[in-house]
Design a binder for this molecule. Structure first.
Ligand code: SF4
Length: 283
């Protein structure tokens, strides 16, 4: 793993494309992801981004934007003004192309510095997205931020199977991620389980009923078709994920599987689909 420190000129990126309907800005403290060689990294859409990859191997590099918190504080008022003028709400998706609580975070605490900076000037809405139980290291800070802005913790849990055949292990076990949801719910923080990309499920009724009983606010269901940045899932089709899914359930590789699972989920709790779900629109 090649880890280097870099200085960034901006940290609040005005969103475009898929994210435009989700938030006014995205925030990525790192370039690259230390979870890139785990199960989620296999079909991670970021690995197809040439601008980020610059010829490097996904999961083998992390650039640390060492001055991220300082730049946040210097630019937040300007970006807030822009967001309110154009869209009405200054909202941050943290993060869209990396995991804020990936392994290097425990050493450098860049995400933590940003949470501290947000205590000074919070966004109107903050969406924290992670695959990792390391987010619990910042439980108190996040709870405190949730009292001054509209905050949701999104935990990526692709389904009720901890592991798919032929894929490496996930960054963090299924039970650990369920534990993250439970702890934030206990603290009164809004939590959302993101089945993104949706994996084949063994017992969806049991899974969604468990989430509902825990007090999770909603689930977001996002299939790799329509969810990987191409309309037809063509990026993901080049990876090992579709084959691994098909081995468990051949029907799970069709987009209609998403709708079948969503119908089951709606029996138990509010459901959002793809970008609209990430934006917080649930039915
Ligand atoms: S944790 Fe997120 S950014 Fe990192 S490899 Fe997995 S899906 Fe990609």
């Amino acid at each position: 793993m090649k880890v280097v420190e870099i200085h960034c000129k901006s940290i609040l990126t005005r969103t475009s494309g898929y994210l435009k309907t989700v938030s006014s800005h995205s925030l990525n403290p790192y370039v690259g992801c230390g979870f890139g060689r785990s199960a989620c990294g296999e079909a991670c859409y970021v690995r197809f981004n040439r601008w980020i990859m610059r010829g490097r191997e996904w999961g083998r590099f992390v650039d640390i934007k060492i001055n991220a918190a300082e730049v946040y504080s210097q630019t937040v008022e300007k970006e807030k003004k822009w967001a309110r003028k154009t869209g009405g709400c200054f909202s941050i998706f943290f993060s869209s192309s990396t995991d804020p609580w990936q392994p290097v975070e425990r050493k450098v605490r860049l995400t933590r510095q940003l949470l501290d900076a947000m205590q000074g000037v919070p966004p109107d809405r903050l969406i924290l997205q992670t695959h990792s139980s390391t987010i619990l290291d910042d439980l108190d800070k996040i709870q405190s931020l949730s009292e001054i802005c509209d905050l949701r913790v999104h935990v990526s849990i692709e389904g009720d199977m901890g592991h798919l055949p032929g894929l490496p292990s996930p960054p963090c076990s299924l039970e650990e991620r369920m534990g993250v949801l439970e702890k934030f719910v206990d603290r009164g923080v809004q939590t959302v389980a993101c089945l993104s990309p949706l994996y084949p499920m063994k017992a969806p009724d049991v899974f969604f009923s468990r989430l509902a009983k825990m007090g999770v606010r909603a689930v977001v269901i996002d299939h790799f078709i329509q969810g990987d940045g191409t309309g037809d899932g063509s990026r993901t089709l080049k990876t090992k994920l579709p084959q691994a899914m098909a081995e468990v359930n051949p029907r799970s590789v069709d987009l209609s599987y998403r709708d079948r699972v969503a119908r089951i989920a709606r029996k138990y709790l509010p459901v959002g689909i793809s970008a609209s779900g990430f934006a917080g629109h649930y039915e």
